[in-house]
Design a binder for this molecule. Structure first.
Ligand code: SF4
Ligand code: SF4
Length: 202
């Protein structure tokens, strides 16, 4: 018969005194260690909708959907908790001072319907004032103009989106004149329309 080693005997005696290492979940709620890195959660007030987290996610647990067919163009940022591996890359890459998405200590993610495994936030989109293409989220444009400071004055798109976000010009005023020329240059435009209006001389 193989006898237990002394270390194993000591471990067994210790377990009798201090109890098992495992918790009694699900009979008792399990409280994870404060440093446990669990499910990431979006902070809609901090996230600017830049998609950096989606780019770096190794398990494609982050996606987005741009809705542009109604009067409130918006981007849905979606986190699929059922494919997330809690690696923290999204938080590490977040341009909003790592506050747009943050790991919580939430670990209990069982669900009956897979749709419950999705966390979604909405961000307002800025569309090109000529062709209607998506430029970026409004908060992202604001973030860029704050980062580059007075250089934002060199880009009409950044300049006007900043003035709109500050309420200095009316959010809903869009010039009706469309001539793909000089007057169109002072609008919020996508890169293609900016190029066309700049290269067109009228
Ligand atoms: S924690 Fe990792 S796997 Fe989960 S959403 Fe973030 S980057 Fe993707
Ligand atoms: S601000 Fe952060 S959380 Fe929001 S989309 Fe960008 S990287 Fe993701």
């Amino acid at each position: 018969m193989k006898l237990p080693k002394i270390r194993e005997l000591l471990e067994a005696i210790k377990a009798l005194i201090v109890g098992p290492y495992t918790s009694k979940f699900p009979y008792k709620p399990h409280i994870p260690h404060p440093n446990f890195r669990g499910q990431p959660i979006y902070n809609p007030d901090k996230c600017v909708g830049c998609l950096a987290c989606e780019e770096v996610c190794p398990s494609e647990a982050i996606g987005h959907e741009d809705i542009t067919d109604d009067s409130e163009p918006r981007r849905l940022m979606i986190h699929y908790t059922d494919t997330c591996i809690f690696c923290g890359s999204c938080e590490a890459a977040c341009i909003a001072d790592n506050e747009g998405i943050k790991q919580s200590n939430d670990w209990e993610l069982s669900f009956f319907d897979r749709k419950e495994a999705q966390e979604t936030i909405e961000k307002e989109l800025q569309l090109c004032e000529i062709c209607g293409e998506v430029i970026a989220c409004k908060d992202h444009l604001k973030w860029i103009s704050e980062k580059i400071g007075e250089l934002a004055y060199s880009s009409p798109s950044l300049y006007f989106s900043r003035l709109k976000s500050l309420g200095i010009i009316d959010e809903n005023i869009i010039s009706a004149v469309r001539d793909s020329g000089r007057s169109d240059r002072v609008k919020i435009l996508c890169a293609r329309c900016r190029r066309e209006t700049t290269l067109t001389t009228r």
